[in-house]
Design a protein around this ligand. Structure first.
Ligand code: CO
Length: 202
């Protein structure tokens, strides 16, 4: 089992190996960040945003919470979106869910999970809207996976409905939203084909 002190040692070894390979790495990284992507994903420890899409640190601005939910009263998430859109001027916002998401599975279950059930209620809203599609799945796993996909699609809609994104589109800013889903079973990220841009402004 690792101890916190081990992580600090790993960090020193990592920093030294990076410098040995690329002497200017930290000088470049310590300058202003200019990411073109905002990633809104699940907190799940198995999903490292940069790593799974092969991008270097500095290229993706990240917000993560349980089950990648975008709620219009969540100041944390809205602040991240505002900073990403208005200051960093990211070109893409990607909501990335994953199959086998524990949050989504818990939302479908009957267990009493305490405080987090209030958060999961947002996913139950998605389930209630798509009950027929979810319940027509042939297994519990498939049922949960369908809701994982529908949850991503719903959250992309919530991003599109924020005043931040709507104002950016009205101002002609180049900004596209995407809904993706990651499979822990094969490591592949799939596009759910719900891409939105300024043309979806109503
Ligand atoms: Co998850």
């Amino acid at each position: 089992m690792t101890k916190p002190v081990d992580l600090l040692k790993f960090n020193q070894a990592w920093a030294e190996s990076v410098k040995a390979e690329d002497a200017g790495y930290f000088d470049r990284l310590s300058e202003q960040q200019t990411p073109e992507y905002l990633w809104i994903g699940c907190s799940d420890s198995r999903i490292a945003a940069n790593q799974i899409v092969g991008m270097e640190p500095g290229s993706i601005f990240v917000h993560r919470n349980i089950a990648n939910v975008v709620v219009h009263t969540d100041l944390n998430c809205l602040s991240v979106i505002q900073y990403a859109v208005e200051v960093l001027k990211v070109k893409h916002i990607v909501v990335v869910g994953h199959y086998g998401c524990g949050g989504v599975q818990a939302a479908l279950g009957e267990a009493n999970n305490g405080l987090i059930d209030n958060w999961l209620e947002h996913i139950r809203d998605v389930y209630r809207q798509h009950k027929t599609a979810v319940d027509s799945a042939t297994s519990e796993k498939e049922r949960a996976n369908r809701l994982c996909e529908l949850n991503v699609i719903a959250q992309v809609g919530h991003v599109a409905d924020t005043t931040i994104v709507r104002n950016a589109w009205r101002d002609g800013q180049d900004l596209t939203l995407h809904g993706w889903i990651y499979s822990l079973e094969d490591g592949i990220v799939r596009d759910l084909q719900v891409t939105r841009d300024a043309t979806s402004l109503t």
